[in-house]
Structures are given as structure tokens and as C-alpha cells.
Design a protein around this ligand. Structure first.
Ligand SMILES: Cc1ncc(COP(=O)(O)O)c(C=O)c1O
Ligand SMILES: N[C@@H](CCCC[NH3+])C(=O)O
Length: 417
């Protein structure tokens, strides 16, 4: 069942009319579906089966407090990459002992804060970082639980900007250095070795690169065991792709069972860090058509959402489906570049889209729940979009428009005099 569907030619998010939401809360507007988030998270949890496991939702995909709160209520863990993300997880009711901390340059302050909150594990991305974490932990009289993020040099077959498991990428410790790095980590007093981690990229649509990576990591885990280093968990990262256009990514169940099969009878806890697979299709970005600008060479649908609201098309030439919020069969179809008000030629949400629309209509960009709002900015001094969580027939405004709105309301920037 799709929780974003048409009823009488009107797009609905669960039981809420998207056109009503747009006219109540204004546009641009992100709309998320609680039922979809729960269904996707549970699909992962179920896929992992009876084996001990932890789903650590990748907060960077969507860090809205209501989204995190939904995950927290289901007992989710979290994959974070900054102190800010940890603060949001805690604010949303998440359990810090289920948090893994990834990222290539964690600061001393972030490390100390995470240790004081008792996080599950640091995913360490370089050898100098081992020294830093050990030093901070010692200064606090603690031992930091760590995994090494291993870069297995595998082509994830995804966009070059979101591939992370190749030698030339900045992420993780090269697999050839892994044994030495573990031996070094074992010698540092502030560290406790608990895991092996990898994350080879995002929006993967095939299982084989995941399997290739896990095979390399399992061989490493066996070698470590021979050296007396016993690993408790294997973190397989995130990266499972979604359907934006005509991709057919594996279902979480097939993906998880392919990985579990490789584990055999090893007593390893499995950690997953899905972001996109849970959130992308749990959200849409709603925008209003301002003008239609027609010419012989090109038609433009100029809408009120822009690259500052949804960066993926501009940054990765990403394709996301664009649909009218109300289908109007009486209108003629035409081909448009759907563009925003930002002063950049790269400011587009979609190119050459067949749409039957007129000014003041609402359109929705589908699959916008992941890496949508979290990558948005105030470029061109534009307000950020509002965000709404739909739960059945109720809608909750979960984030107010930002500071600029208060400036428009007449507040001054500098004190008088
Ligand atoms: C370390 C890490 N874990 C998890 C994720 C989540 O990836 P995805 O949203 O593709 O599942 C990312 C982002 O690619 C990441 O960098
Ligand atoms: N931001 C990317 C994915 C990168 C994931 C972070 N490692 C996207 O929108 O597709």
C-alpha cells in the first residue's frame, strides 16, 4: 500500500489532502508520512530476523525531531556524524547507548560529549583518529568502544559523489592496513575494540557489492580472531537504494538475508545504518507553480521551491518524479523544465517533464524524504521550507519557518543606537 496516493484525482498523504496541507501551511512544504516511516523501519528490523541486530537509522538522511522520535519509539539505534546529530537524537528521545558515531573528523569536544552520553560505538575512520579518541577517553577516565571503518576498495556502482568504498575516497581505513590498525588500536589504553564497520556508498541497486564487501570484512574478522582480537559486531553501513525512477533495488529482506547467509554460524551482532531506504519514499516536497514561461525552444514551470530546498537534482543530476497535486485532465500536457526562484542556472528540480499544470497549481516532488530538508540551505536568503508530519488524518507542523520570518515580522537586526 502506498501512503501517498490519489483519491478522486487529489494526492493524499495517508488520509490528508496534500492540497489542503499546502494551503494551510504554505509552500514550499515537506510532508512526511508516519505510517510509511514505520513500515520501512520495521521491514529492516524484520529482515534482520532472529540474529542479534541493531538498526541504526542514519540521521543525516532526515534529522527532523518528529522523524527521530518515531524511530526512537520503535527502539531504533542511530548513526550520527556530528555532535549536533547526537543532540537531536537525545532531544527526540533516542537512546544514546544505541548510537554509533561515524565521520572522518570528529572533534575532541564531540568525542567527549559522545563518551559522556555513553554511546554504543565510534566508527573510526583513520589511524590518527584512534590517537585522538584514546586521548580524550583517557582524560575522562573512560574506555571508548570502537569499530574501525574499513574501506574495502569496492565499486558500489553508484554516483561518484556518493560512492564511499573506493581507495580514492576519503572514508575509512584501507583494507590492506586493517590488521596493523587493529593491532595499534589494541595497544591504546583508552580504546575497547568491539566492531568492524564499512559503508561503501549510497543508492546501491544491486546486492553484489554489499556481498563482496562483507566477504572481505569476514575474512578480516577471522584473521583478527587468530590474533586474539575478538569482534562482537559487524556494522554493514547503509546504502540500500530506493526507487526514484525505474530502478528496482533489492527489498530489505533479500538484502539482509544475502548478508546473513555470508555470516554462517559466526556469533556476530549485525548493525545496519539505513537512511534513504527508510526515509526517501516517506516524504514529498510540495511547491506552488508561480508562472509558466513558454517559448519556442523551452517551457519553464517556475515554482516556489528551489535548489536551496532540494539540492539533489542540482548536485547529482538526480531524477525525482514530479506530479501535480490535483490531476486536471482538462489541461493540455506540455513539457517543462521545473525551476525555482534561485539565481543559478543549476536551480532546477526536474528537466523535460510532461505535466498538465497551470499557475497556482501545486506540484509534488516525490521521494524527497531523505536528503531533502537536511541538505537545504538559506541560499539567496530564502526561508527554509516548513515540515509536516502526517499521522492518519492528522497533520502536525514539526518545524517552524526559520529566523527570516521573524525579520519580516519587523524585528531589527542590531540594537538601537
Ligand atoms: C557512514 C554512513 N552510514 C550510513 C549512511 C546512510 O546511507 P543511505 O542513506 O544510503 O542508507 C551514510 C550515507 O551514505 C553514511 O555515510
Ligand atoms: N546526500 C546524498 C547521499 C549521500 C549520503 C551520505 N553519505 C543524496 O542525496 O543522495
Amino acid at each position: 500500500m502506498d501512503f501517498f496516493s490519489y483519491q478522486n484525482e487529489h494526492l493524499h498523504a495517508e488520509q490528508c489532502s496534500v492540497a489542503d496541507l499546502a494551503s494551510t501551511y504554505g509552500t514550499p512544504l515537506y510532508v512526511y508520512s508516519r505510517a510509511t516511516i514505520e513500515r520501512h523501519w520495521k521491514a529492516f528490523d524484520k529482515a534482520a530476523g532472529e540474529r542479534p541486530h541493531l538498526i541504526c537509522y542514519a540521521v543525516k538522511a532526515n534529522s527532523n525531531l518528529a522523524v527521530l522520535n518515531i524511530m526512537a519509539r520503535m527502539g531504533s539505534g542511530f548513526d550520527i556524524v556530528s555532535g549536533g546529530e547526537l543532540a537531536r537524537v537525545i532531544e527526540a528521545g533516542g537512546d544514546p547507548s544505541k548510537v554509533v558515531f561515524s565521520g572522518v573528523a570528529k572533534t575532541e569536544a564531540e568525542i567527549a560529549d559522545a563518551l559522556n552520553h555513553g554511546i554504543h560505538c565510534f566508527n573510526v575512520e583513520s589511524e590518527p583518529e584512534l590517537d585522538r579518541i584514546s586521548r580524550v577517553a583517557q582524560s575522562l577516565g573512560k574506555q571508548a568502544p570502537i569499530s574501525l571503518r574499513i574501506n574495502p576498495d569496492i565499486d558500489a556502482g553508484t554516483h561518484p559523489y556518493i560512492s564511499t568504498g573506493l581507495k580514492e575516497n576519503k572514508f575509512g581505513i584501507a583494507i590492506e592496513r586493517a590488521l596493523e590498525a587493529y593491532a595499534y588500536a589494541a595497544s591504546l589504553p583508552g580504546l575497547k575494540l568491539v566492531g568492524v564497520d564499512c559503508h561503501i556508498g549510497s543508492q546501491l541497486t544491486e546486492i553484489s557489492p554489499f556481498v563482496e564487501a562483507i566477504d572481505k570484512l569476514l575474512a578480516l574478522i577471522d584473521q583478527l580472531a587468530e590474533q586474539g582480537i575478538v569482534i562482537e559486531h559487524l556494522d554493514v553501513g547503509g546504502g540500500l537504494g530506493v526507487n526514484y525512477d525505474d530502478e528496482v533495488p533489492p527489498e530489505p529482506a533479500d538484502y539482509a538475508s544475502a548478508l546473513a547467509e555470508r555470516l554462517g554460524d559466526r556469533k556476530l551482532k549485525l548493525l545496519f545504518e539505513p537512511g534513504r531506504a527508510i526515509m526517501a519514499n516517506a516524504g514529498i516536497l510540495v511547491s506552488k507553480v508561480e508562472f509558466l514561461k513558454m517559448s519556442e525552444s523551452k517551457n519553464f514551470a517556475i515554482v516556489d521551491a528551489a535548489m536551496n530546498d532540494l539540492l539533489r537534482p542540482a548536485l547529482y543530476s538526480a531524477w525525482q518524479r514530479i506530479v501535480p497535486v490535483i490531476n486536471k485532465p482538462e489541461l493540455a500536457m506540455a513539457s517543462y523544465d521545473v525551476v525555482g526562484p534561485v539565481c543559478e542556472t543549476g536551480d532546477f528540480l526536474g528537466k523535460d517533464r510532461e505535466l498538465a499544470i497551470e499557475p497556482n497549481d501545486y506540484i509534488a516532488v516525490r521521494s524527497a524524504g531523505a536528503y531533502g530538508f537536511t541538505m537545504s540551505s538559506n541560499y539567496n536568503s530564502r526561508c527554509r521550507a516548513a515540515e509536516i508530519m502526517v499521522d492518519g488524518d492528522k497533520a502536525h507542523l514539526v518545524r517552524e519557518r526559520e529566523v527570516l520570518a521573524s525579520l519580516w515580522a519587523g524585528e531589527t537586526l542590531l540594537p538601537e543606537g
